[in-house]
Design a binder for this molecule. Structure first.
Ligand code: ASP
Length: 323
C-alpha cells in the first residue's frame, strides 16, 4: 500500500494509516509527545485545550473495547468534541454507501475520522476521499495494520526497558497470520533496530515468507521465548480464520500457551504483553496474565497518551494546511 500520503511535504503527520512510511525520527517524536501527554492523564484535571473546537468521529465498523474508548478519552482530554458512530445503527445498513456517509459527516464540519473496519485498506480508502483538511487515523483495518496499538506497545517497552531497542530480543507469540497488530509491531520494532525479533506460532498460523519481514521464525514455544526480554502474546483471531487451522484450543494451549513453568526459558526480568482481548487458558494462564511480569493493563493506560499524541500531531497538519 502507498503510504506516502500520510506524511505531508514538511515531513509531518497528515493521516496516520500504518507504521510503514514513518521514519524513525517521526516515530520517536510521537513517543516523546505521548510521554508528555502521559503527565496530563495523571493530573487531577486531565485536560489540555489543544483540540478545543475540533470535531472527531469514531467510525467503528467492527467491535472494539479498548481502542474505541481510549480514542474517545484521548479526544476528550485534548478538549475535542467526539462522536461515536455505531455502524450497525447507521445509514450504511440502509443502503447508503460509505462515501455518502463520509460526505454527510464532512458536511457537519468533522475534522478527523478514527476508522476501524474489517477490510484491509479501508482507512486508506477513506483517506483518499476526505476533504483536504480532514485527517484519518487507522484504528485497525482487517489483517493489515493497527498502528496506534503498535505505538502503544513500543511506548510500553521503552518505558520498561529503556530506549535502546538494539539490546532487546522480542518474541511475538500466537496467531501471527491474522494479526494486524503483529504486522504493525514488526514494522515498528524494525524501525527502532531491535536486536532480534522473533515470531513464534504453529506453521498454520505463520504467514508465508515471514522471514522477509525481518524476523526469525519459531514453531516451538520454549525455543522461541528462550532468553527473550519481551514476550507479546496474541489472540487466536477465529473471526478471520477460514477453515480449521488448529486442532483445538486445548491443544494450542498445551503447545503455545504461556505458563509460569514455561516462562523459565525467558530472561528472569521478561516483560509480558498482550493487546487484548485476552483468552485466559488459551494463549496464557491467569498466573502469567496477572503476574509480576505482566504490563497488560499499563498498555491500556498508555493507549490514551499515545492516541493523544497521534491525534494532536495529525490535527496540527490541519492547522498548518493554510500556511
Ligand atoms: N484488539 C486487537 C485488534 O483489534 C487485537 C485482537 O483483537 O486480538 O486487532
Amino acid at each position: 500500500m502507498n503510504n506516502s500520503r500520510q506524511i505531508d511535504r514538511h515531513g509531518r503527520l497528515r493521516h496516520f494509516l500504518s507504521i510503514e512510511g514513518l521514519n524513525r525520527k517521526l516515530l520517536t517524536d510521537i513517543l516523546d509527545a505521548a510521554e508528555s501527554f502521559s503527565g496530563v492523564t495523571e493530573q487531577t484535571v486531565k485536560k489540555v485545550p489543544l483540540l478545543r473546537g475540533k470535531t472527531i468521529v469514531n467510525l467503528f465498523f467492527e467491535a472494539s473495547t479498548r481502542t474505541r474508548t481510549t480514542f474517545e478519552l484521548a479526544a476528550k482530554r485534548l478538549s475535542a468534541d467526539i462522536l461515536n458512530i455505531n455502524i450497525t445503527q447507521s445509514s450504511t445498513v440502509k443502503g447508503e454507501t460509505l462515501l455518502d456517509t463520509l460526505r454527510n459527516l464532512e458536511a457537519m464540519h468533522v475534522d478527523m475520522f478514527v476508522v476501524r473496519h474489517a477490510d484491509s485498506g479501508a482507512a486508506h480508502f477513506i483517506a483518499d476521499h476526505v476533504a483536504p483538511h480532514v485527517s484519518v487515523i487507522n484504528a485497525g483495518d482487517g489483517r493489515h495494520a493497527h498502528p496506534t496499538q503498535a505505538l502503544l506497545d513500543i511506548f510500553t517497552i521503552r518505558r520498561v526497558k529503556g530506549p535502546d531497542f538494539g539490546r532487546l530480543r522480542v518474541a511475538i507469540v500466537g496467531d501471527i497470520m491474522h494479526s494486524r497488530v503483529a504486522r504493525s509491531q514488526i514494522h515498528a520494532l524494525n524501525l527502532l533496530n531491535t536486536g532480534e525479533i522473533r515470531i513464534v506460532a504453529p506453521k498454520t498460523l505463520t504467514p508465508a515468507h515471514a522471514e522477509s519481514l525481518g524476523v526469525h521464525v519459531f514453531h516451538e514455544l520454549r525455543k522461541g521465548i528462550e532468553d527473550a526480554d519481551v514476550i507479546i502474546m496474541l489472540r487466536l483471531q477465529r473471526e478471520r480464520m477460514q477453515g480449521a487451522l488448529l486442532p483445538s484450543e486445548h491443544e494450542y494451549y498445551e503447545l503455545f500457551g504461556v505458563t509460569e513453568a514455561k516462562l523459565a526459558a525467558a530472561k528472569p526480568d521478561v516483560t509480558i504483553m498482550h493487546p487484548g482481548p485476552i483468552n485466559r487458558g488459551v494463549e496464557m494462564d491467569s498466573e502469567v496474565a496477572d503476574g509480576p511480569h505482566s504490563v497488560i493493563l499499563a498498555q491500556v493506560t498508555h493507549g490514551i497518551a499515545v492516541r493523544m499524541a497521534v491525534m494532536s500531531m495529525a490535527m496540527h497538519h490541519k492547522e498548518s494546511a493554510t500556511e
